[in-house]
Design a binder for this molecule. Sequence first.
Ligand code: UDP
Ligand code: MG
Length: 327
Amino acid sequence: MKKVSIIVPCYNEQESLPYFWQAITEVADTLYRYTFEFIFVDDGSRDETLSVLRSMAGEDERIRYVSFSRNFGKEAAMFAGLEASRGDFVAIMDADLQDPPSLIPEMLETLEREPYDCVATRRVDRKGEPPIRSFFARQFYKLMHKISKTEIVDGARDFRMMKRKMVDSILSLKEYNRFSKGIFGWVGYRTKWLEYENVARAHGETKWSFWKLLFYSVDGIVAFSTVPLAISSILGIVFCFLSFAALIFVFVRQLIWPDSSAYGWPSAMCILFFISGIQLFSMGILGQYLAKTYLEVKRRPIYIVGETETDLKSMPQKPSTPADKVL
Ligand code: UDP
Ligand code: MG
């Protein structure tokens, strides 16, 4: 029997988990030709997510979990889930029911019968999202499309199902700065896209603030394009030419109207500020790449595991009672 792994990154999802579990088992139970494993990755949640996972894992042996020692981010959580997975088919889905479990049978059917290695999903709209966030998201995808060779699809969700070989390829990319939307495109393989309308979060709230998303998009740009570096070099060359032209202009003006350069102070200041701005901007771009390289060469682990379901057996029976805590 073929095995399906479902990976669920969870950060403060205590409210969503019971609903998610109910929805996913309803679907999984109809797919009796497959065995399932559910890998929940607790990304250092501050609420009771881990206790919920412990009790869920105690009740159903298909449930496995990996709990991080702190919050490492969704990218790290997805990577940990992929590393832990053993299935022939591996799916990644959010815990908040924004990724409809009802698509799972269709995904499996496609991978079994059609010549695809991956079934991915994209939202056709961004209903229920703040307009400013949608606007910036759209601009980001437009920009990425222009400056990166890797295909990064607008509205693509992380919700997808892949064959084992694609998962192994993704795992062979050991980079520290992970931007999955790019990595999925970079490894290639034949991908079928399913489209669906955005579903509002069922419980709890989004973990992505505007700033978190902005920095995430910078990560994406730095990881999958070197065009910003080229832009700063081109700006440098353009300004060299401009300054050369300015030099000739000042020289000729001085020859024709001696004394006129004494009045040039305000324009000189404007130019000075402008050029300094461009220089700092270019240094900033360089700094971004340098910072990423610095983090990359340190070779730190992508995540640290605090606890997994195998630790559950060696735990005292009632970990929440004060007496056990003392022991
Ligand atoms: N998530 C995570 N670590 C984080 C932030 C989010 O594992 O640091 C998980 C979260 O629990 C959820 C999924 O990633 O299952 C998507 O997060 P969210 O729903 O907040 O994002 P949105 O759907 O608003 O883009
Ligand atoms: Mg969500």
